[in-house]
Design a protein around this ligand. Structure first.
Ligand code: BGC
Ligand code: BGC
Length: 852
C-alpha cells in the first residue's frame, strides 16, 4: 500500500470548517442547502463519501447453505430471542441464573471482571463459569426455538492477560518497535490457544489504532504512529488469532474470533483525549486511522468494535455513514459490529439503557456491561411498538449468527469439552515463552550508549528503581486488572523481572547483582542499572496534558544523577507506554534503553544488555525534543523530533548522542493547588487516602480500604466509566477519607474568597450519623472542620448535591499555609456517599459556611 502522510494544511482546513460552523451556530442538520451547494467541497462535518474508501470484498463470501440455515433459525426466533442476540452483558453484572430468562447472545469479562469477582481466578474457574453459562443458557430456549450458544468475549490484548500464569507479551508499542510482522502471527496464535484453555472463543484484539498524539492514555495499545506498520501487522495478527479464512480450523479448535478495534479514528482525537473527537479530514481518516482495516478485513476479521470517540463531532456509535455505508457497504464487512463499553449511551439522545439509534446506525451487538437488563427491556418494548426497523434487527442477528456458525459454535458443545479447554499446561508453555522472549529482545530501542553496554557477566551490578524487580510495572495496563495496578511478582508464576534476568547472566558469568529499591549501596558497584518509568494505567486514566515524566517528582532523575556524581556508570532502562521528554534523564545516563512495557518475560531484555545479541528495535513513535512537542509524527511539515521515527542504535552501528538541552518547554513542577478530584481519581499531585484507628492507606486502584476496613473506597460509574468514587463507612470507629499530598499554601486563597466546591451524593440512610468536612494542615496551622452531616443527611437519597464551602470557614490566613489535605470527610457512622468532583473555585456568591 502507499503511504499517505497527512498534509497538515488539509487537516487544519477541516478543523477550521468545523470551528466556523460551530461559531455561526450551524449544526450539520440545519446547514442551509444553498450554502452547501455554493461550496461543493464543503461537506457537512461528519458526512462521508463511501466511494473514496477502498472497495473490498469479504475473503470468505456468503455461503448459500449457511445463509439458508440462518434464515431458518431466524424464522423460528421469537422477538425476545432476537433482541437477546444483540445484547452483551459483563460477567460482573450477570449470573448464569439471569441467562435462564434473558437469552443474551454474548457475555464479556471487562478489564476488572473475572470469575468469582477475582482477577486472580485460575484458568479452571474460567472453564467452570463458561460451562455454567452454557448450561443455563439452554434453559432460555423453549421447545421449538433453536438453541443458540453464547459468545464470550475477552480482552486478550497482549497475550491472554486475564489469567495468572498466561504468557504476557509486550504491549503493542513494543511490538511496533520490532517491525517484525511474522512475529505478530505467532503471538496471535499463542494468544488464541491460551484463550481456549479457559473456555472462551472471542478476543477484543487487535487494536489497530494509529496513534498520532502520545498524550493519549492508549498510546501503548497502538503499534506505531506510522500507518504502514499497523497495516503490515493487522492481517498477520488476525490470521494468527483466527486462522486462514475458509480453511479447516478457521475460528475453531485452537483459534478464536478476533476483533479489529476501535473503528475508527480513536488514535487521532484532538489533544490525545480518550473518547474524544477526531477532527481529521475523511481522507486522513481513511489513510492514517483506517490504514489497518483493509488488511484486517482481508484476513477475515469477524468482528469490528466501534470506537468511543467521535469523528468531526459525531459519536462513532451513531455514525451510520461510517459503520453502514463505509465498513459494511464499501469495505464489504460481513461479520458483526460490536459496541464498546456502554459507548452507545454517549450518543446524543441515548442513555446506556435506551438507544435504538445505535442499532439503526449499524451496530449489531451492544456492549451493555451493567446496563444489559434495562437495554434489553427497552429494545424489546421498542421492537414491539414498531419503533425498530425489523429488517435491521434481523440483519444484526444474521451477522451474529453467521459468525457463530462459521466458528462452529453450534456444534462445539459444552465449553469444557472443546479442544484445549482445561489444557492448562499450554499457558506459558516453553514454546510460547520463547516467542514472548524474542518479542521482548526485538522490541528494545537503544537511544544512547556511550560504551557502557554491553555489560559483562563478570561485573558487580547494582539494580535500582521501582521497576527493577516488578513484573506488574513492566507489564502495564490490561494485566490481570483493567488498570494493571496492584500486581505482585507472585501474580506472574514463571515470569521474569529485570532483576531475574541480570541474576541469570551474572550467575553464569561469575559476577554479582545487588537489588536496591531505593538505590543505596554499601560497596561501589561496577555499574548501576536503573529500571524506572510510568506506573500502569489504561484508557483515559493514562491521558496526560504534556509529555513530561512524573512532573513534580524528580526522584528517578536524582538517582541517576547521584550515580553519575559517584562515578558509577549508569544504564537507564525506561518502562513506558509512550515516548516522554527524558532529556535530563538521558543526560544523566551512560546508556538509555526504551523498553516499553515488555510483559511477563521482560527480564529477557537483559540478553541484549549483556550482548548475547544486538539491538534490533527502532522507534515506532517519534521521540519529542520538548515536553510540549505534540502531536509529533513522521511526515509532519517541519518535522523536528529529538529521535526520529525509526531511530535505534545498535552495537554494530553506534553513534554519539552528546549532551541534550534541558529545556522542557513548560514549567515542570507546576503546583496544582486548585483541582483535587475529577473523573473518579485524584488530580496530580494529589492522592486519595483512607484512614482509621490502625493507620492510613493510599487508594491507588479502583478499590481500596483503610487498614482495618472501616472505610471502603470504590470506583463506580455515573454516566461514564469509573468517574465517581463510593465511600462507605461501617461504623466500627472513626475513619477518614482524604484527598491529600505535599503541603501547599492556601493562606492567600482564604482571603481571596475562594471556596471548596464538591459534588456529593448520599447513597444510604445516614440516620444521625456525624460527617465532618475538613482541611488538614501541618504543625503550625489550625484548620477547623465543618458539619456536613446535618445537611447531607436531609438531602434526598441518590441525588447529587453541589456544595461550595468558603475556605475561610476552615481558618484564616496563616491557618491554611501548609495544607496537606484540602478535602477530608470523617465519620464514626455507618453509611455510604458518592463523590464526583472536588476543586477550589472562586466564590461568586454561592459559597457559605456549614456549621462548625
Ligand atoms: C472495565 C473495562 C472497560 C472500562 C471502560 C472498566 O470498568 O473493566 O473492561 O474497558 O471499564 O472504560
Ligand atoms: C475498551 C475496549 C475493551 C472494552 C471491554 C472498553 O472500555 O475501550 O477496548 O475491549 O472496554 O473491556
Amino acid at each position: 500500500m502507499t503511504l499517505n502522510f497527512p498534509l497538515k494544511s488539509a487537516a487544519l482546513a477541516t478543523t477550521a470548517i468545523a470551528l466556523s460552523l460551530a461559531l455561526i451556530g450551524c449544526s450539520n442538520a440545519s446547514m442551509p442547502t444553498d450554502k452547501a451547494n455554493v461550496d461543493a467541497e464543503m461537506r457537512a462535518p461528519g458526512a462521508v463519501n463511501p466511494e473514496i474508501w477502498p472497495k473490498l470484498e469479504s475473503p470468505v463470501g456468503l455461503d448459500a447453505a449457511v445463509e439458508a440455515r440462518i434464515s431458518d433459525i431466524i424464522a423460528k426466533m421469537p422477538l425476545r430471542h432476537k433482541i437477546g442476540q444483540i445484547v452483551q452483558a459483563d460477567i460482573g453484572s450477570i449470573t448464569p441464573e439471569d441467562i435462564k430468562t434473558y437469552p443474551l447472545g454474548s457475555i464479556l469479562n471487562g478489564g476488572n471482571s473475572a470469575p468469582n469477582g477475582d482477577n486472580r481466578s485460575p484458568a479452571s474457574a474460567w472453564v467452570e463459569l463458561a460451562d455454567a453459562f452454557y448450561l443455563a443458557s439452554q434453559e432460555a430456549y423453549p421447545e421449538g426455538v433453536p438453541f443458540i450458544p453464547m459468545l464470550w468475549g475477552t480482552d486478550a490484548v497482549h497475550g491472554h492477560n486475564n489469567i495468572p500464569g498466561a504468557t504476557v507479551f509486550p504491549h503493542n508499542i513494543g511490538l511496533g518497535a520490532t517491525r517484525n510482522p511474522s512475529l505478530l502471527g505467532q503471538i496471535g496464535a499463542i494468544t488464541a490457544q491460551e484463550i481456549r484453555t479457559g473456555g472462551q472463543e472471542w478476543t477484543f484484539a487487535p487494536t489497530i489504532a494509529v496513534v498520532r498524539d502520545d498524550r493519549w492514555g492508549r498510546t501503548y495499545e497502538g503499534y506505531a504512529e506510522n500507518p504502514e506498520v499497523t497495516a503490515s501487522y493487522a492481517g498477520e495478527l488476525v490470521r494468527g488469532i483466527q486462522g486462514v479464512p475458509g480453511s479447516d480450523g478457521w475460528l475453531q479448535g485452537n483459534k478464536v474470533i478476533a476483533t479489529a478495534k476501535h473503528f475508527v479514528g480513536d488514535g487521532g482525537t484532538a489533544g490525545g483525549r480518550d473518547q474524544g473527537d477526531n477532527l481529521d479530514s475523511e481522507e486522513d481518516l481513511r489513510d492514517i486511522h483506517a490504514a489497518g482495516y483493509p488488511a484486517a478485513l482481508d484476513a477475515g476479521v469477524q468482528s469490528v468494535m466501534i470506537s468511543f470517540s467521535s469523528w468531526q463531532g459525531k459519536k462513532l456509535h451513531g455514525h451510520k455513514g461510517l459503520i453502514n455505508d463505509v465498513l459494511k457497504g464499501q469495505m464489504g464487512f460481513d461479520g458483526f459490529v460490536v459496541g464498546d463499553w456502554n459507548a452507545h449511551g454517549q450518543i446524543e439522545g441515548c442513555t446506556n439503557e435506551n438507544c435504538p439509534t445505535a442499532l439503526h446506525a449499524g451496530l449489531d451487538m451492544y456492549m451493555a456491561p451493567d446496563s444489559w437488563r434495562g437495554l434489553f427491556d427497552n429494545l424489546l418494548a421498542q421492537a414491539e411498538a414498531g419503533e425498530i426497523d425489523m429488517a435491521r434487527l434481523d440483519d444484526a442477528v444474521r451477522r451474529i449468527l453467521r459468525v457463530k456458525i462459521r466458528s462452529g459454535l453450534f456444534e462445539a458443545g459444552l465449553p469444557s469439552q472443546r479442544a484445549l479447554a482445561s489444557d492448562y499446561d499450554l499457558l506459558a508453555s516453553p514454546d510460547s515463552k520463547d516467542v514472548a522472549r524474542q518479542a521482548v529482545r526485538e522490541s528494545l530501542v537503544l537511544l544512547k550508549n556511550d560504551g557502557v553496554l554491553p555489560l559483562s557477566k563478570g561485573m558487580n551490578i547494582l539494580m535500582a528503581g521501582d521497576g527493577a524487580d516488578n513484573i506488574g510495572k513492566q507489564s502495564g495496563g490490561w494485566t490481570l486488572s483493567w488498570q494493571g495496578t496492584g500486581n505482585a511478582n507472585s501474580d506472574f508464576p514463571g515470569g521474569s523481572s529485570f532483576y531475574d534476568g541480570v541474576s541469570r547472566h551474572v550467575k553464569a558469568g561469575g559476577g554479582s547483582v545487588t537489588l536496591s529499591e531505593d538505590g543505596s549501596y554499601a560497596a561501589k558497584p561496577d555499574v548501576a542499572m536503573v529500571v524506572f518509568g510510568e506506573d500502569p494505567y489504561a484508557e483515559f486514566k493514562g491521558d496526560i496534558d504534556n509529555l513530561s515524566y512524573k512532573p513534580g517528582d524528580d526522584s528517578d532523575l536524582a538517582l541517576l544523577q547521584q550515580y553519575k556524581a559517584d562515578g558509577i556508570p549508569v544504564v537507564a532502562v525506561f518502562l513506558s507506554g509512550r515516548p516522554l521528554w527524558m532529556n535530563r534523564e538521558i543526560n544523566a545516563s551512560d546508556a538509555f534503553v526504551a523498553a516499553w512495557l515488555p510483559g511477563s518475560e521482560g527480564g529477557y531484555a537483559t540478553d541484549v544488555l549483556f550482548g548475547d545479541m544486538d539491538f534490533k528495535g527502532t522507534l515506532p513513535y517519534s521521540w519529542p525534543r520538548t515536553a510540549v512537542q505534540t502531536p509529533l509524527n513522521v511526515g509532519d511539515e517541519n518535522y523536528d523530533p529529538l529521535f526520529a521515527y525509526g531511530y535505534g542504535l545498535t552495537y554494530a552501528n553506534p553513534a554519539k548522542v552528546g549532551t541534550l538541552p534541558e529545556e522542557a518547554g513548560i514549567a515542570l513542577s507546576v503546583k496544582n493547588d486548585s483541582d483535587y478530584f475529577r473523573v473518579g481519581k485524584a488530580v496530580f499531585p494529589w492522592a486519595l487516602y483512607a484512614s482509621d484507628d490502625a493507620g492510613k492507606t493510599t487508594i491507588a486502584t479502583t478499590r481500596g480500604r483503610s487498614p482495618m476496613g472501616v472505610i471502603q473506597v470504590n470506583s463506580a460509574d455515573d454516566g461514564a466509566q469509573e468517574n465517581i468514587r463510593t465511600i462507605a463507612w461501617d461504623g466500627r470507629g472513626p475513619a477518614r477519607f482524604e484527598v491529600g499530598g505535599n503541603a501547599i499554601d492556601l493562606s492567600r486563597q482564604t482571603t481571596g474568597d475562594m471556596a471548596v466546591y464538591f459534588r456529593i451524593r448520599r447513597d444510604t440512610d445516614m440516620g444521625n450519623a456525624d460527617l465532618s468536612l475538613g482541611v488538614l494542615c501541618g504543625t503550625n496551622c489550625k484548620a477547623g472542620t465543618q458539619d456536613l452531616g446535618s445537611s447531607l443527611s436531609k438531602a434526598p437519597e441518590g441525588e447529587w448535591q453541589d456544595y461550595q464551602v468558603k475556605l475561610s470557614c476552615f481558618g484564616e490566613g496563616d491557618d491554611l499555609d501548609q495544607v496537606t489535605a484540602p478535602f477530608t470527610l470523617s465519620s464514626t457512622g455507618a453509611f455510604q456517599v458518592s463523590l464526583s468532583d472536588v476543586r477550589l473555585v472562586s466564590n461568586e456568591g454561592a459559597a457559605t459556611c456549614l456549621r462548625e
